[in-house]
Structures are given as C-alpha cells and as structure tokens.
Design a binder for this molecule. Sequence first.
Ligand code: ATP
Ligand code: MG
Length: 318
Amino acid sequence: MPRALLDKTLLYVTGKGGVGKTTIAIALGLAAAAAGRRTVVCEVAEQDRVSRALGRAGVGREGTEVELAPNLWAVSIDPERALEDWLGRQLGGGAAVKLLTLSHAFQHFVAAAPGVKELITIAKVWELAQLERWDGRSRTYDLVILDAPASGHGLAMLTAPRTFAEIARVGPVRRQASKVSGLLEDPERTGYLAVALPEEMPVVETLELGPRLRDAVGLGLGAIVVNGLHPERFTREEADELRALDGSGAVAAALAEHERARAQRAHVRRLRREAGVPVLTLPFLFEPELGLPGYERLARELGRRLAAAGARRARTVA
Ligand SMILES: Nc1ncnc2c1ncn2[C@@H]1O[C@H](COP(=O)(O)OP(=O)(O)OP(=O)(O)O)[C@@H](O)[C@H]1O
Ligand SMILES: [Mg+2]
C-alpha cells in the first residue's frame, strides 16, 4: 500500500488564492508533529504568513527556521539566501562565496535563465529533508510541507528541476536538479494535495489540476481537501416547514444558509465522483481569528479524515 500522506517526506499543498492553503498546511503540520514527526511548514514568496498566523511575528531573518510548537517549525524561503547556502556547500564556504553572492551576482544568475529562481527555491525545499544539510549544522526534517504559491508559479517550480536536469551543462547544477526532480516525481516520498472551496469554479479548477500535475511531475493529486463547509442545520422536511412559514428576516436567513450548505455538499459530491482521489472536508469555523485552538481543531479533523481515507483505500486494495 502507498504510504499515507502524513508519512511522506514532502507534502505539496496547492490551490487558488484565499482557499485556505496556509491554514491547511499549518493544520497538517500540527497533525504530523503530534504524530511525532519533526515537521517544517515552508512558504515561498516572502509572506511569513505561517509564523504570523501562529502569533510569532518578526521571527528573524528570512530563511531562518523557527520553532512554532513541539516538533513543528516554519520557514519562509528566500531564494537569495538559499543560493548562498548552496554555493557555500559547493565551494566549501569562505571568500569565494561572499564574492559570488554579492547581490548583483545573484541578480545576474537569476536573470540568466528562466526558472533559475524556481529551481533554487524548490531545491531548498528538498534540502530541508536531507540528512546532511547545506550548512552542515541544521537538523533534517521528517516531513516538509510546502505551502505552495498559486498554480502558475507553483507549476514553474515543479517543472524547473527536470528542465535543468536535462539542459544544465554544469555538473553540480545538473546533479542537484535531478535529485530534486527525483523527489518530486516519487509517489512514495511526495504527495500533492489540493485545497478547494465548495463552489462551482474552484471545483472545476481543482478537477483540472490533476492532469496538469501529471504533465509536470508524472503524479496526480493524492487528496483534495474541501475547506470551509457550513453545517447543514435542517433536514429536507424541516426546510419545507420553514418555507411554509411566512418568511420573516430570521427564517429567510436560516433558509438561505440551509441552501448554501446544501449547494456546498453537491459540489463535494461532484468532486468525489469525478476526481478519483480521496476528498476530505473541513468545517468552516465561525471564529473571527482562527488562532492556535482553531488550527488544532482542524488538525484533529484532518488527522481523523486522513486515517479514514487510508483505511478505505486499504480495503479497496485488499
Ligand atoms: N476552515 C476555516 N474556517 C474559518 N476560517 C478559515 C478556514 N480556513 C481558512 N480560514 C480563514 O480564511 C482566510 C484565508 O485562509 P488562508 O490564508 O489559509 O488561505 P490561502 O489559500 O493560504 O490564501 P493565500 O492564497 O492568500 O495565501 C484566513 O483568514 C483564514 O483564517
Ligand atoms: Mg497562504
């Protein structure tokens, strides 16, 4: 049986803007950390959202790994610093690195070919899970959760390693790129997870994501998380009774909320029918700010649902 999602080395969390990628990356991180895995949640584009979400603002220089909870770390990947670390490793540190990493040299390198920045960034993600880290000091992680940027940038990051493994003339770049693409294309070690809202367009886009991922890395989605499901408060009969009442403001509002919850479930059913992968749902939490208790609640729900999906799959395989 394939390894369960939380047992992988890399979890790639993707989805449209604002659907809850960061929230779910954190919740997955808490679930994995609670299961005893040394976990890092990383984000890529100078956002620092993960540590801010958990109330650790201003946590030092970009690229620094920060402990958020027992076994759970966060890092915001800075490509410039990642390149410095990589060069340090290649050249053994010292003056040569300082010279090479002068800011204009970095810009020159990044401008040299499309995809270089993406390659450095995803190579840094790979590095977090290596026993021997580039700086020769930091400890490795059992699980790296990547809070990936929205699809376009994300796909560029996924395809860069294979491209460079094929075209790079410089030995170390080629070797590094093929190690990274080896991880991204390995279904045992890497899982792809999409987050979607239970609405028409997000569902359509999520269904298109599987084939696009297959083109990029040869693997499809491992699971879809539908986030923000509203509770269904009434049965069909109760709703009919409400409709028969003279619709005052409160009754109309309750009915509208009921219709919305029902429509959401229709979108979840469509995903279940058409996506061909486990579809897990998470409730909408009616809280002004999620905070640690909110993330922990989502983590528990996710843990339970992932276990149930794993058990279902095991029965199918058996
Ligand atoms: N299940 C939920 N219940 C209630 N609020 C939620 C839930 N999931 C996410 N949110 C809230 O929705 C907002 C967007 O979530 P989040 O930042 O995780 O989305 P994102 O996909 O990472 O966004 P971006 O594309 O901007 O990075 C946040 O304010 C978050 O607290
Ligand atoms: Mg985010």
